[in-house]
Design a protein. Structure first.
Length: 208
């Protein structure tokens, strides 16, 4: 191998490396807006999660780990009814810990069922708000354009399952989509996750 051949090979390798670096930089540049958004949101998310864990830990210390979290959500979401029932329970079992009073409330099957219905309803409203915020944030982020690199990637398993679920709910034939971009557009146009299409029925007022 001559000197010229060696030099040519080295230059070709350098050019190839430069092309790879430019390609990587292009990918990084495309991802920067989303990475910035995640970086800004991450501390807030960690703070929210920390508060949730702390609250859950406090309730566990007080004995609430044995109580249905959906039912307790419904009970706490109806404070006037909750206070009335807790007073009734205290009159029966005496000056007991709060978790024991709640247990006494839930020993009445009709009260438990009513609280659980409200818990499901409240939980749906909370989840719907988070879902809408996440979808809106992504759509307004500027990353849904036709030229976004992620659009060319293969459809994900989650997208396939969601499309199948939507088609089952709507009783329509599943579309033939193969990329993430096509799947995103179809799901968005179809109304998104069926879980959030409509709230569960609002529980009827309690009648003594």
């Amino acid at each position: 191998m001559t000197y010229d051949t060696d030099f040519a090979a080295i230059m070709a390798a350098i050019d190839c490396t430069a092309d790879m670096i430019r390609a990587d930089l292009g990918v990084i540049t495309e991802k920067l807006p989303e990475l910035r958004r995640q970086a800004l949101a991450d501390p807030r998310r960690r703070n929210r999660d920390a508060k949730r864990y702390a609250l859950g830990g406090a309730l566990t210390v007080l004995g609430f780990e044995r109580i249905d979290p959906i039912a307790i959500t419904g009970l706490l979401g109806n404070p006037r009814r909750m206070l009335t029932w807790l007073v009734d329970a205290r009159a029966v079992i005496g000056d007991a810990p709060l978790a024991d009073l709640v247990d006494a409330v839930f020993e009445h099957a009709d009260r438990y069922d009513w609280c659980r219905q409200w818990g499901v309803h409240i939980d749906w409203l909370h989840g719907k708000a988070l879902y809408d915020a996440a979808v809106t944030s992504f759509v307004t982020s500027g990353r849904t354009g036709a030229n976004e690199r992620w659009r060319r990637d293969t459809i994900t398993a989650d997208q396939e399952q969601l499309i199948s679920r939507i088609c089952t709910w709507r009783q329509i034939t599943e579309p033939k989509v193969t990329t993430r971009g096509e799947a995103f557009d179809w799901i968005y146009a179809a109304g998104g996750n069926p879980t959030w299409w409509g709230p569960p029925a609002t529980p009827a007022d309690w009648i003594d």
